[in-house]
Design a protein around this ligand. Structure first.
Ligand SMILES: [Zn+2]
Length: 232
């Protein structure tokens, strides 16, 4: 038997260590199939933070690391711009994805429901305790004995915070057309680039399902580039 040269042995040892190290890491998340017919493997849970309020239970807030990270980072960016503008986070996906009634999608860890920001009737920013259904003519709705209305400016700034993210890419945001117009009008008065304004217009462009979204934003992110089983 030939003796391996010392260098080769050292290299072999280093490789073995690398392999052991790779196995010791958390299993890789996969978003499988489409958001309407799919599942989530090794998803991550959105943990508590001072930057947002989780509305639904821990069993309903699983997603890909891109989605969970996006929500946490965007909520943090918004808070730094607008202290007190705390995001309410509703459903993401179940731990292993799959069917999640009453949602039609939310199956593969790439969807999240989050709040539309609200004011009181005098236009003062208010933190709601839940999603508030906003009427078609007033863009206001009842919550805990008071009437709250859309805050187009802070809603716009949250969309900007989503789109400024350097890791996750937003595919679209569902929001009813009349509410979207209010948000875009506030965006035209905000201190953002023309390019960012166009991006907000693009991701909120009306599509199937937009009209139903009068109490919250539905955010979908793109598939991770290296996840071949992910689609839709
Ligand atoms: Zn949704």
């Amino acid at each position: 038997m030939r003796r391996a040269p010392r260098g080769a042995l050292a290299l072999g040892g280093a490789l073995a260590l690398l392999v052991v190290g790779a196995h010791a890491q958390a299993p890789r998340t996969r978003s499988v199939g489409t958001p309407s017919r799919g599942r989530l493997e090794h998803g991550v849970s959105l943990e508590d933070s001072e930057d947002y309020v989780r509305l639904s239970g821990p069993g309903t807030q699983w997603g890909t690391p891109e989605l969970v990270g996006l929500l946490a980072r965007a909520a943090g960016r918004l808070q730094r711009h607008e202290p007190g503008a705390r995001l309410l986070v509703g459903s993401l996906s179940l731990q292993h994805g799959g069917r999640f009634p009453p949602h039609e999608s939310h199956q593969s860890g790439r969807d999240a429901d989050v709040s539309i920001f609200l004011t009181d009737l005098d236009g003062r920013p208010v933190e709601a305790t839940r999603f508030v259904e906003l009427g078609p003519s007033t863009a206001c709705g009842p919550e805990e004995g008071r009437t709250l209305c859309i805050d187009p400016r802070r809603t716009f700034l949250f969309l900007v915070a989503l789109l400024e993210d350097e890791i996750a890419r937003v595919r679209f945001v569902l929001l009813a057309g009349d509410l979207r117009q209010l948000v875009l009008a506030a965006g035209r008065r905000a201190d953002v680039s023309e390019q960012m304004l166009r991006r907000v217009e693009e991701v909120t462009a009306l599509r199937t399902g937009s009209a139903r979204h009068r109490s919250h934003l539905h955010v979908r992110i793109e598939c991770p580039e290296d996840d071949r089983g992910c689609g839709g």
